[in-house]
Write a protein that binds this ligand. Structure first.
Ligand SMILES: Nc1ncnc2c1ncn2[C@@H]1O[C@H](COP(=O)(O)OP(=O)(O)OP(=O)(O)O)[C@@H](O)[C@H]1O
Ligand SMILES: [Mg+2]
Length: 297
């Protein structure tokens, strides 16, 4: 096991009670301090895998290790695991169960047996981290969907996990809320918290992740550094994923001589910045493009 591997999923299969296969021979590794996207189509096994990573589901076959040790599914073992690995469900109504925000976010720390002052400090810190300071007394059922999502994340952060699992966190958020959530995730990553996020949005995964794990039919069919994604077109296609729009656009601009061949930008702002560099565009112009420009003039 490489020293920086935090969690390892080794040939894990999961068969649900109705005989559906949620995972089948699924293997991947999550490195300490990295941002990971689990990328796959509907039904590919993303949620099932996340539920395994904090012990809510157990493998029917195979093994999951943390720091090289198989997960301990005893009551004490699971409590210890969930202090280290926090899961934010896709649907906040599945996660929030208290009357107000403070009660909800304080539930985990109280269960750790912390004294009242420490609990209050953790709640305040977690709410500030998600931009909800000052909303502690609000009834949960008065919150908007996006605020409920943040309250869920705060509840998990209050446990001070080293690995944060998020199931489709951007779903249902407007662009402003998505940007806010991205800033929250950036702050957490900067503090060294490892993140695993399930998504079917290839553009987002390419722009955000360090490592991408492709899921198809319950298997991880490829793991690669996000920067290498442009070389993974066949694997993406096999998993039902298109290339990110920015990669397709960059390829077209290079083919038409509008940009020099070179590293593919990870998002539209970087691509627009490349296009705004006249020298780069001029250098990239191939002879055909120059000729057609000359004949048009
Ligand atoms: N509770 C369950 N009982 C039976 N089968 C299930 C259950 N939950 C999931 N499955 C099956 O397991 C497979 C993987 O489902 P999962 O929910 O993990 O996929 P997903 O990648 O999260 O999909 P989505 O993008 O739609 O959320 C699917 O075939 C699904 O039908
Ligand atoms: Mg899911």
């Amino acid at each position: 096991m490489a020293a920086d591997v935090l969690l390892e999923v080794q040939a894990v299969g999961h068969v649900y009670a109705d005989d559906s296969h949620g995972l089948a021979d699924c293997s991947l590794a999550i490195c300490r301090g990295s941002r990971n996207a689990l990328l796959g189509a509907n039904g590919s096994g993303k949620t099932t895998l996340l539920l395994h990573l904090n012990g809510l589901l157990q493998p029917s076959s195979g093994c999951i290790r943390i720091d090289g040790q198989p997960l301990d599914y005893s009551r004490g073992g699971l409590a210890a695991l969930r202090r280290r690995v926090g899961l934010v469900f896709q649907n906040p109504d599945r996660q929030l169960f208290s009357a107000n925000v403070f009660e909800d976010v304080s539930f985990g720390p109280l269960n750790l047996g912390l004294d009242e002052a420490s609990v209050r400090a953790r709640v305040a810190q977690a709410l500030a981290a998600v931009g909800m300071a000052g909303q502690a007394e609000r009834p949960v059922h008065h919150l908007s969907f996006g605020q409920k999502k943040r309250a869920c994340i705060a509840g998990v952060l209050a446990m001070q996990p080293e690995l944060l699992l998020l199931d489709e966190p951007m779903a249902g958020l407007d662009p402003g809320m998505q940007d806010d959530l991205l800033r929250v995730l950036d702050d957490l990553a900067a503090r060294g918290i490892s993140i695993v996020l399930a998504t079917h949005d290839v553009d987002f995964a390419y722009g955000w992740a360090d490592d991408i794990h492709l899921l198809a039919a319950g298997r991880c069919t490829a793991s690669f550094a996000a920067a290498q994604l442009p070389l993974q077109e066949a694997a993406l296609r096999a998993a039902g994923q298109p290339l990110p729009a920015v990669v397709t656009l960059h390829q077209a601009l290079v083919a038409h001589g509008a940009l020099p061949a070179g590293p593919v930008p990870r998002g539209m702002p970087q691509l627009l910045a490349l296009l705004a560099m006249p020298a780069a565009a001029e250098d990239g112009m191939n002879e055909t493009a120059r000729a057609s420009q000359r004949s048009a003039a």
